[in-house]
Design a protein around this ligand. Sequence first.
Ligand SMILES: *[C@@H]1O[C@H](CO)[C@@H](O)[C@H](O)[C@H]1NC(C)=O
Ligand SMILES: *[C@@H]1O[C@H](CO)[C@@H](O)[C@H](O)[C@H]1NC(C)=O
Ligand SMILES: *[C@@H]1O[C@H](CO)[C@@H](O)[C@H](O)[C@H]1NC(C)=O
Ligand SMILES: *[C@@H]1O[C@H](CO)[C@@H](O)[C@H](O)[C@H]1NC(C)=O
Length: 467
Amino acid sequence: MRREVFFALQAAFLLLVVLSLYLGHDQLSQIAPSFLKPGHAIHVNATSSSVPATAHSTQHVETISSTAAAIATTTSAKVTGTKPADNAVPIPTVLSTENRTAYVAAIMNPDEKKRPRLECPAFNTKRYEYLAVQDDEGDSDPSGIQYFFALDLRECLYLLPRLIGSIVEAIRFLGPQACALSIIEGNSHDGTAEVLEALRPELDALTTTYYFKSSDINPKQGDRISKLAELRNLALQPMLDPKNEKLYPAEANTTVIFINDVAACADDLLELVHQRRFLGADMTCAMDWTYVGRDPTFYDVWIARTLAGGDSFFEIPPDGNWNSAWNLFWNEPTARERFFAHQPFQVFSCWNGATAFTAKPFLEKKVTFRAPRKGECMQGEPQLLCKDFWWHGYGKIAVVPTVNLEYSDEKGKQIKEAKGFTSNLVGAEGHKDDTIQWQASPPEKVKCMPDYGHQFFEEWNKTQPGV
Ligand SMILES: *[C@@H]1O[C@H](CO)[C@@H](O)[C@H](O)[C@H]1NC(C)=O
Ligand SMILES: *[C@@H]1O[C@H](CO)[C@@H](O)[C@H](O)[C@H]1NC(C)=O
Ligand SMILES: *[C@@H]1O[C@H](CO)[C@@H](O)[C@H](O)[C@H]1NC(C)=O
Ligand SMILES: *[C@@H]1O[C@H](CO)[C@@H](O)[C@H](O)[C@H]1NC(C)=O
């Protein structure tokens, strides 16, 4: 009896952890909005729990900031009378000067050990050397910005030394003048924004291009997918600003590296960029994981779809349970085989915590992040981006299973120990980079999952091209 109570408590605790994960990553996690409705239950291994009503209770309705209006002008004719301020939202100060300085120092110095973070092994610089852009002395970089790092972040102060630290490391490696970093922060109360703002002089000194804005767009209120799309577009806006045209010529092959609030090592990011180049891919994605129970579970199941069947990476039966999460690619032998061999494989859609994709269709004004249209499957903005990529002939989308990510330093360490650090996997004896035989056509139909309880297949190109 006692054991059963203990077990029940343990199961309840695990579910709480899952819930907090899901609710915590609200800025970027791609869960169906209905999933967040109070009372909706998740089931894992024969236990279940309801989303507490308080977890998602709406606060006062915030208006969309002028920052939002600024991006709206690029996607629609909505122009406001007032010029948006450089920072629509004032940045509150919650950290002591000392602590803020300590965070900045930790981000800029990968060897700084004062603050615990996921420890990343030294990586094989030879593997990525060819990606680096030399700063030609005198000649001010004729090739423009080749690597555009983009993030939307909320309330993740503790992760900054690892996450932004790794990006800074990658920027140093790739050539600071060939890189830009663009961050949109929103609705943090833990000092995330002020640390990111305080980074500016350091990044200027590094001679890289830094865009940072705080926005009060809140995906928890109103149309969640539209707002997430808006935030993602905001992060890309500097690249699409006509004033910056020279920095981002469409022919420059600029790679956007769009990253969630994950504990990533520098080589995780470099590997995604390398594989995009090596495979000739339009987009490469990592694998992201969450610890539901003892074993890690693939996280981005709402977005990711296989190439063969347009299906989810693991099966979620109509009751919504994740019991089959261990059985990845159960109905696609090719993906399954490549996954276990640590070789990249083509998919219909992915995001999975971190991506590297071509900026071209954005620069050519063919795509933006968007919400579903009327009559189109209710789905997340990353899946819609992949759909639009396919539509415009950018269907070389691949998952790179040597890059495995989690959403905190501790869990990041756990997942790296379970799956292997990228450097170790690609450096393993007998591992050789394998190419992909790209398939030119997407699956005829793709699984639509407005929520786990409602699933059906829909034509991959439903409502295309839109208006
Ligand atoms: C500064 O950091 C220390 C230790 O990390 C913490 O105990 C303290 O509360 C922080 N102070 C502020 C003002 O953030
Ligand atoms: C542009 O990127 C593609 C794919 O990554 C690559 O095959 C091609 O060589 C690149 N072109 C230039 C000019 O760098
Ligand atoms: C569910 O239980 C099975 C069998 O005990 C176990 O192998 C699996 O890892 C569990 N799932 C999770 C997410 O922990
Ligand atoms: C959608 O794709 C199918 C092939 O999967 C094709 O037959 C059909 O013509 C396409 N529809 C549009 C509107 O392009």
